[in-house]
Design a protein around this ligand. Structure first.
Ligand code: GLY
Length: 567
């Protein structure tokens, strides 16, 4: 078995785990990432301890989970530039203290000048370099519109939510070993896509853990948002800088695209699983639909009896994953442009019929299932927040690839996404990580590209039970699926559920990718069933808050610098 160099280098960096009343990891820079801790009043779990601290401080000073969600995302845009962002987009699933369910879509959209064949040359050959790198790969950013859409549920003055991010950008912060290694790895790209523009991510010598990353231009952009609101980004000086940047690099985002961008309210997706209510995100993310399909197909079997990480349980789950992902490629896209047959896809009889070809002794070949899809970026980021009032927030946000397009808007200091690559640039042509699609996810002006993000909540007896989510491209819904069943079916605590090795099948390529840590006997049994297995470095970085006896047990994945905070 070959070991695939998956994007997550996380385990390469040595973390020291301290087991006491909580688990903590110490990066070589100067902070401790608390990995698992029980809080009484409010908790945040996210990809960077400094951002978790910002969110927790907002909760402590009387903000609610929505306030903290805004402040944490803004802080991540500074301290976690590989995926935290103001130049990308995201999805928020929430339940407020009165039980109202919320699904906010602030996904990027195609610029109005985008065309279906914009990445094809005169011979009809797709140039995915253009959809993945540089100015033309950027969709119209949605994050800032998202913050203001979330703000209607928040309480504190917006300026208090954004100030910690401004301070971190202006004064700098010590970077982790993980960030230092990635900034060094992407140095040439930053130079290629930004020419002579001085960007904060490039310095003459190599970055090392503990170095200060100072981002004065980003601080100024954040101040404009603080002082002028949404218009401080989508109009005026910052919009002009984005339009100038587009002109410099032959991108197509216009002033009008920026001015017209709006976050959208979607109808949260809800379904029952083993007595629990699962709430997740509908299209334009495929995440919630895939989760529902996989969980309903799996519910046809007794997972608990099959046992955790046995060949039999992995087989059932992988076959459900395979079938769900086959549907993704053909049927899922932006619902404002494409009629997603959502109720048919989650119909119990349909899913029963999908599993009729399941053979308990053999993998089902993917070419006998139909349709097509594969890998997307692992670089996205998830935030879970709960407050003492009962508000629950689950947010996944992304630039798509690591540092997105690697284009830093000159004078504005923030990275633009390369989300256009999440469209199907041509039927059957794989995107950056092998994903293929067709008509449902073809490029059209102002259309949102299909996502796999899956910010999820779980209720039991109509009361909060779990907040969960992860980055990981197409592995997102399968990781969330496994983290949930690890708790519900296999009786694990939250840290065990999050940190357990994960596996992933997405129909095409016809293989299971698995993290290290599975029993050799299980691997051999799966091989004997005709599964092709690829061992990879890391799948996802799940964050979770589990409600235990009136307390909040917050967990951050051990696979990264991720941390929790609360009070
Ligand atoms: N760009 C990753 C996703 O939206 O699924």
């Amino acid at each position: 078995m070959m070991k695939k160099p998956v994007v997550l280098l996380l385990l390469i960096f040595s973390f020291r785990y301290v087991l006491s009343q909580h688990i903590a990891s110490k990066d070589t820079s100067d902070f401790i990432a608390v990995k698992s801790k029980v809080y009484t009043n409010g908790a945040v779990s996210c990809a960077h301890p400094l951002a978790a601290e910002v969110g927790a401080n907002i909760l402590k000073k009387g903000g609610n989970a929505f306030d903290a969600a805004i402040a944490t995302q803004l802080a991540l845009a500074v301290v976690y530039p590989q995926a935290g962002n103001i130049g990308g987009g995201g999805f928020l699933t929430a339940r407020n203290k009165d039980g109202k369910l919320i699904a906010l879509d602030y996904r990027e959209k195609a610029p109005s000048e985008a065309t279906r064949d914009m990445y094809l040359d005169s011979n009809g050959i797709a140039d995915t370099h253009l959809s993945q790198d540089g100015h033309l790969s950027a969709g119209v950013p949605g994050s800032v519109a998202g913050f203001f859409a979330i703000y209607k549920y928040a309480r504190l003055p917006f300026k208090e939510l954004i100030q910690p991010a401004i301070d971190l950008a202006r004064n700098g912060f010590a970077i982790t070993a993980f960030e230092a290694a990635l900034l060094n790895r992407f140095k040439d790209d930053f130079i290629t896509y930004n020419g002579n523009n001085k960007v904060s991510f490039v310095k003459d010598s190599l970055w090392k853990a503990g170095d200060l990353l100072i981002q004065p231009e980003l601080a100024k952009t954040l101040e404009l948002i603080r002082d002028k609101g949404k218009k401080g980004f989508y109009e005026g000086e910052t919009a002009k800088l984005i339009a100038d940047e587009m002109q410099r690099g032959h991108g197509i985002i216009s002033l009008k695209d920026l001015k017209n961008y709006e976050a959208k309210d979607r109808v949260p997706l809800q379904f029952d699983y083993e007595g629990y209510k699962i709430i997740s995100f509908p299209p334009p993310s495929s995440g919630g639909l895939l989760l529902e399909q996989m969980m309903k197909m799996t519910a046809l079997f007794d997972l608990k009896k099959l046992g955790f990480h046995t060949a039999a349980s992995i087989h059932v789950m992988a076959e459900a994953e395979r079938r769900a992902f086959a549907d993704r490629a053909k049927f899922m896209g932006d619902p404002d442009f494409w009629k997603v047959p959502d109720s048919a896809l989650i119909n119990d009889n349909y899913l029963k019929q999908r599993m009729r070809s399941f053979d308990p002794n053999k993998a089902t070949p993917s070419d006998s299932i139909g349709a097509g899809n594969p890998y997307e970026s692992h670089q996205t980021t998830h935030i879970c927040i709960a407050d003492k009032e009962g508000n629950l927030v689950s947010v996944t946000t992304t630039l798509n690839g690591l540092y997105g397009s690697r284009v830093v808007v000159k004078g504005a200091g923030f990275l633009l996404n390369d989300e256009m690559d999440d469209f199907s640039v041509k039927p059957g042509v794989p995107n950056m990580f092998g994903a293929v699609g067709g008509e449902a996810n073809a490029i059209a002006p102002n259309k949102r590209m299909l996502s796999s993000m899956c910010p999820t909540l779980v209720l039991r007896d109509n009361r909060p039970f779990m907040i969960v989510g992860t980055p990981g491209g197409t592995t997102i819904p399968t990781s969330v699926f496994q983290s949930i069943v690890n708790v519900i079916d296999f009786g694990m605590g939250p840290a065990e559920a999050v940190n357990a090795p994960k596996f992933h099948h997405q129909w095409l390529p016809d293989e299971i990718i698995m993290e290290e840590g599975f029993d050799d006997k299980v691997i051999n049994s799966l091989n004997a069933m005709n599964y092709k297995i690829d061992i990879v470095d890391g799948i996802g970085r799940n964050e979770m808050i589990l409600f235990e006896k009136g307390k909040l047990h917050a967990v951050a994945d051990i696979r990264g610098n991720d941390g929790v905070d609360g009070y």
